[in-house]
Write a protein that binds this ligand. Sequence first.
Ligand code: GLA
Length: 391
Amino acid sequence: MTAVDAKVRLAHAERFGSEAKTYSAPARVNLIGEHTDYTGGLVMPMAIGFCTVAGISRRNDGKAVFYSASYKEAREFDIAFLGKDPRGGWSDYPAGVLWSLKRVGIDPRGFNMSIDGDVPLGAGLSSSASLEVAVAVAILSQMDLKLPLEELAPLCRAAENEYVGAKCGIMDQFIVAGGVEHRAMMLDCRSLKYELLPLPSNVRVVIANSMVKHSVATGDYGNRRDEVEAGQDVLRRERPGIELLRDATIEDLEACRGKMSAESFRRCRHIITENRRVLEAREALLAGDMKRFGELMAAAHASMRDDFAASCAEVDALVEIAGRQPGCFGARITGGGFGGCTVNVVKADDAEAFVEQVKLEYERAVGIKADCFVSSPSDGALALAAKGGVA
Ligand code: GLA
C-alpha cells in the first residue's frame, strides 16, 4: 500500500465512517510527440510512478459525494439531475467524469468518494488526466463494469473537453489508463492503435521540474490549438485528401504558405516534423540507438521552442544545462509547454550525478530550485486495477 493509498483510506473512514476500495492512476511523461495528439498525430508517452487515488464506498440515495483529502472539501451531486454545470475548481474533474459516464448510459446508484494524490500540479505531468482516470475506474469497478482502454480514455477526455472546458487531446488519458510497466507507448491518436516499446535497461528517464507553472486550462494552450486548427482548415480546403494535419506533408504545407498566417504555418510545421520524429524515435528505440533517440529529442525541443513558441527561458536553460552533462542522450520540454517539466534520457550510471549537477547549475543560472525525479515506465490504471491493488 502506498502512502497516498493509506491517506485516502484514512480520510475516507474519518469523513464517511466506512471502508473505501481504492483505485490508483499514475501520471505521465511524454518522451516525444508534442502537440500532435489533437490533429490525429503520433505521441510516445509513458506512465510514471506518481499517483492519484480514488477511494469509493456505496450509498443508496442517488448522491455522489466527492471529498478531496488535500483540499479538505466535499462536493455533493444528485446523480439523476447532474447536468453540465461546472463550478470551477477541483470537483469539476470528478463531476465531469460522472457526467461523461452518464452520457453513455452508465448510471451509478450513489457513492462516497475520497481523493488524494502526489502528482505535482501544474508541472505538465497530467495531474488532471490522472484524477479523471482514477475516478472513472473507481466508479466503474464499483458497478462491476470494465471498459476497454479505447472507450475509457475518450470518456475521460470528454469530461475534460466538454465539462471542465479544457481543450486537451487524447494522449494523457490514454497513457494514464493504458500504460504498462517497463514500456513506453507509441500511440496513433487517430486510430488509437498503439505499440508498447521497451526502454533499454541501461538508461533512466529523468524528469526535471522548472517550477514555472503551466496549465492546459489557461489561454496559451488554447491559442496554439486555434492557430493549428486555422492552418489545418486551410490544408483541408486546399489539398484534396487531407482530413487532419496528420495527413499533410511539408510540401503540402509549403504550397499553402501564402494562405495562412505566419504563426499557423510555423505551428503546423512543428507538428508535421514532430510526427516524423516520433516514427524515427521508434526506429531508434527498436535499434537500441539512444544517441539517435537523443538527437531527435533535441530537434523536438528546438521545434517546440522556435516553431511552436511553447517554451520559456527557464525551460530552455534547463534543457541546455542537461544537454551538457555526461551520459545525457537527450533533453526536451515535455507536455503542453509554457513552463512545467523537461524530460531527459540519461545513462543509468550517470543519472544520480546528472540530477545533482542539473539542480546546481539551474539554480545558479535562473535562481530557482528545480525538482528532479528519476522515473521508469509504470503501470497505468487498468493494469493496476487488474492486479487488484495500487502501485
Ligand atoms: C497537454 C494535453 C495533451 C497534449 C499535450 C501536448 O498535456 O493535455 O493532450 O496536447 O499537452 O503534447
